[in-house]
Design a protein around this ligand. Structure first.
Ligand SMILES: Cc1cc2nc3c(=O)[nH]c(=O)nc-3n(C[C@H](O)[C@H](O)[C@H](O)COP(=O)(O)OP(=O)(O)OC[C@H]3O[C@@H](n4cnc5c(N)ncnc54)[C@H](O)[C@@H]3O)c2cc1C
Length: 412
């Protein structure tokens, strides 16, 4: 308690950034089996929510590619759509670990819902909360803890991993900026009400020429593209919508600029450190769902006169799955507690790869039924695969970990 008060006063005195305070707040407590009472409370709430509202409908939402509006409305009532946002803007003021634990449980019930909650909070609401001006928070945060959805638009048709090569242009025009260009894969842009848009005011400057803007979706010149048809093994759950955005002479006031021109790249990278915690938690939830599915099936299915679970090779697979899930969970909780580029990249790398391996074991344990759309194994397999792509591909996460490892050892 005393530590909480001390942290609050440090923050009030602007001695620590908001994200730093949240990370320290988590650190002051222990984690994993020793989550704080509040973290346990949100874990239990999310678990109950997932079992009651998500798991029973996940297959239907996935097959029909239907956005879960009803569920998001219910989640808003729990406060989870503004989990880490300051209370004065309608949020709960929770730490990142609490949000990660909630995203994990929700993703266990329905990967699509977990991803929506993860992106809305870690990539949109937390950015506005931590980096926005009071005016920006009034316009772009208050309603976003009450049901409106926010998005994060960095990727473009010609620039994914290579963020510094974005081509969306921002041109200063008096006390306004004019945006032109194209964004791709913007999650929930179909349903979202505002977007964080990254654009370059000078492509020659590469990453130093990028600026970050808050853009309402209903201003003139913002056009949503077709919803991406996401399917099969290179995809994520189909109830999440991602679409392209075209910006044609979109005029936004100077007051919608986040930070300074030229700070956009830094803002994007810092936010992706958080976003990767969210995707790692999402991957852990998917992996846990695959493990649960496999165990339940292996207990019931008889082969050679006994349940599958008693066959040594199946037992080995289940054991491997358990180890993979636990390892990913530990890495994710650690990243949510001690936020750094290295920890987030490592958590996303481990969680994405482990989820894919766990889901693969799950399909194998279910045999032919593992491939059937009447069972959840194939959905977990598809869902797990996506976690190695969005939020930054696995390959780049490994490079980031290597970079910071060598930097720590003065060996770059
Ligand atoms: C379902 C979904 C939702 C998404 N949501 C969003 C969103 O809300 N907002 C947003 O901005 N973006 C979003 N994205 C985009 C996503 O972040 C990008 O797809 C991702 O960063 C990879 O970029 P890319 O697809 O252009 O692949 P590329 O960058 O072209 O990479 C392709 C492959 O090349 C290799 N590669 C490339 N660069 C390197 C490197 N430096 N080191 C090693 N290997 C490398 C890797 O094997 C990589 O898999 C989403 C994507 C999907 C599929």
């Amino acid at each position: 308690m005393a530590t909480g008060v001390a942290l609050k006063s440090l923050r009030l005195n602007n001695l620590l950034s908001a994200s730093c305070v949240k990370a320290l707040a988590s650190q002051c407590r222990s984690f994993t089996s020793q989550l704080t009472e509040q973290q346990k409370e949100y874990q239990a709430l999310s678990k109950e929510f997932a079992d009651k509202y998500l798991k029973p409908n996940a297959a239907k939402h996935d097959l029909e590619g239907r956005f879960p509006f009803d569920v998001i409305k219910k989640l808003t009532a729990t406060g989870l759509m503004g989990a880490c946002v300051d209370e004065e803007y309608g949020g709960k003021g929770l730490d990142y670990l609490t949000l990660a634990v909630a995203v994990e449980e929700l993703s266990r019930g329905c990967a699509s819902t977990g991803m929506i909650v993860s992106i809305h909070n870690f990539l949109y609401a937390n950015l506005v909360n931590e980096k926005g001006t009071p005016e920006q928070k009034d316009l772009f945060l208050r309603d976003y803890t009450k049901g409106s959805l926010g998005c994060f638009a960095l990727s473009e048709p010609g620039a994914g991993t290579d963020v510094a090569s974005i081509r969306t242009r921002a041109k200063k025009d008096g006390d306004h900026w004019i945006l032109n260009g194209e964004k791709s894969w913007v999650t929930t842009a179909v349903e979202g009400s505002a977007n964080i848009i990254f654009a370059t005011f000078d492509p020659e400057l590469k990453h130093k020429g990028i600026a970050c803007f808050l853009v309402p979706m209903d201003v003139d010149g913002v056009f949503r593209g077709r919803k991406e048809a996401i399917m099969s093994v290179s995809a994520c759950s189909r109830a999440v919508t991602s679409c392209a955005l075209t910006l044609e002479d979109v005029r936004v006031p100077q007051s919608y600029l986040v930070g300074e021109p030229g700070e956009g790249f830094k803002i994007a990278m810092e936010q992706l450190d958080q976003g990767r915690i969210g995707i790692a938690a999402h991957a852990v939830g998917i992996a846990q769902a695959a493990l649960d599915t496999a165990i339940n099936y292996a207990k019931e299915r008889q082969a050679f006169g006994k349940p599958l679970s008693r066959l040594p090779s199946v037992k080995d697979r289940l054991t491997d799955m358990c180890i993979l899930v636990e390892t990913a969970r530990l890495a994710t909780y650690r990243a949510a507690t001690e936020v750094s580029t290295k920890n987030s990249a490592m958590a996303k790398y481990i969680a994405g790869r482990n989820a894919a391996a766990v889901a693969d074991h799950c399909v194998q344990i279910l045999g032919g039924k593992g491939l059937s759309t009447r069972y959840s194994a194939e959905r977990h397999y598809r869902d797990a695969r996506g976690t190695q792509i969005y939020g930054g591909v696995t390959d780049i996460q490994k490079r980031l970990v290597g970079h910071f490892l060598l930097k720590e050892h003065d060996a770059l």
